[in-house]
Design a protein around this ligand. Sequence first.
Ligand code: WT7
Length: 701
Amino acid sequence: MSDSIPNLLIYLIIAGLSVAYFIFRKKATSPGLSEEMADVQNAAAEGFGASEQVFPPSAEFVAKARVKGMDGYKKLYRESIEHPEKFWADEAKELTWFEPWTKVLDESKKPFFKWFVDGKTNICYNCIDAQIKKGLGEKVAIVFEGEPTQNGAATEVRRITYKELLVEVSRFANVLKELGLQKGDTVAIYMPMVPELAFAVLACARIGVVHSVVFGGFSAESIRDRVNDAKSKAVITMDGGYRRGKFLALKQTVDEAVQDCPTCERVLVLQRHAGKPDAACAMKAGRDVWYHDVASKVSSDCPAVWQESNEMLFLLYTSGSTGKPKGIIHGTGGYMLQAYTTNKYVFDLRNDDLFWCTADVGWVTGHTYVVYGPLLNGASVLMYEGAPDAPDYSRFWKIVEDHKVTVFYTAPTAIRAFMKWGDEWVKKHNLSSLRLLGSVGEPINPEAWLWYHRNIGAERCPIVDTWWQTETGGHMITPIPGCTPTKPGSATLPFFGVDAAVLDEQGNETDSGILAIRKPWPGITQGIFGDEKRYIEAYWSRWNGAYYFPGDGAIKDKDGYLWITGRVDDVVNVSGHRIGTAELEAVFIENAAVAESAVIGVKHELKGQGLMAFVILKSAAAKTVNEETLAKTLNGMVDTKIGKFARPERIVFVSDLPKTRSGKIMRRLLRDISEGRELGNVSTLADPAVVESIRNKFNNK
Ligand code: WT7
């Protein structure tokens, strides 16, 4: 008995110490924990990075793979990191340069990197002329299918060979010259997903005109802001295009936009549907011209201009954490190489492939993987104009079967829609032509990955889950098919030349934290148009400027695999489209009844994330306003100021927002409320009672 007393004491002390340790540990991490880290930890708690399932590449794929197994990948990866200049110079030599570069990478103006300094090239030449020189002139470059159908069959299918593409693009470039456009000018492009959109982009590139494509779902005000910011001299548009059986008039939206665009002198209008009453365009004399009127008079021969590798190729606007979208600049040579190599290695394109990337050319995915990347590889690419559910849920699979698509690249949001629509739509079609599948735009949930693997890939096709962004130009974290064993939900390992790390706020490597990229890669943006300072602040101000900050959280598992958890910077990925919460807040505040608002991203079954808006009314308005009517008005404002796709899921009117004593809105608490989680740390709140009242309002609906 007397012996056991000291033992008991020891146990008690140990137990006490352990309890104290856990209490202390919680205290040590939570109060200082940033919103960003809390988001990543929530994701970890929800199972990110936890899947143990591994899918090795099939023997069939391995046998033909460009890169031989994981050893092959590791060897090339090591070379690309240890000797990046040699690695990229070797890759760049596979493309055509009119004059060689003097320096592969110039870091002297970091973070404004220059690739292939003094090298002269032209990306359009590389996409078209160089392929014809290789003997691919008769090969189909673009297969196009319009949306309209008759008795279940598409009424418009076009096959455009490389030779025909050269004629179309050259003629288009001459039309641009006729309008007075010159190398270095910028034009906005607002068009449906038709081959002419690709012609327009390539024609600009051919003569060194900078293109700024604006996705066809954006409103007139969004076009206006983008045209003005870029000082675009012209807008290229079309009478309209088809979407879910409707003809959407685009020229009218452009008319509305360019009223307030002093730099825009010309509007070039292509014709999708002659003689259709709702396609009628009011043409403003002196400003507007029909494409076909000019095209009939110009030659179809137009030499490609020489561009120094770092001259601007395009601008593409994307959302950031302020109300104003950023004009992301891409140069010529580096971007071209990123587009070329990622297409080559990640989609493993072969001579007989038909590649279909379902993205709209209005987003970066369409730039790199509908237009430039596949053509740089001499591939055949499929363009489809319309919606996946027009005329019915099997449209995509019918297209795959009819055209024998071999490589298919889409977004998780689409995959979740297919799952919801039911397997029977897929089963109606023979998908045996497919050999490789891709995913992009947002984290793919393992359930969607597995569905894709089984139902579309027949457990045979590797899936490449590719993480990248507008700013990176091309893939950054992705499996290499035939090499990388995949795990559902993980983008796996970095692409060649990508030195990725997961860091905490102090810049220490960690298992769950913030994604960071150490070295420049060829496709890196050249900055934000007209705002060098914003570029440095948004992407290079953390960690003493030693890393590029992409704005995503990430988890690194025991095998070094990366699991992207989503944005950590007040940008929300809705159906793979990036929307800044501040952009919506800027819209709401324009309404006289609104005092303040906070918009957050919340989990959404189909869209991945949806937007949730919390709005405080001015006290006078709060007494009289009808919330339902006001919500409708606010949604209408989102439609006209941004575009319908940016509408929030719900607008909740509240009397206060959770703020710190210094007045910062704690959005994390709003996310906790919206996703039904226990509230995180509230000790820094000025008034902790506020969250309860918001929660009640939220739940009463
Ligand atoms: C953001 C970039 C990249 C082309 C389409 C969107 C998210 C993109 C993945 C992926 C997890 C992904 C990130 C990124 N994202 N791909 N495979 N897994 N997240 O381009 O509009 O510039 O958006 O999309 O959050 O930062 P973007």
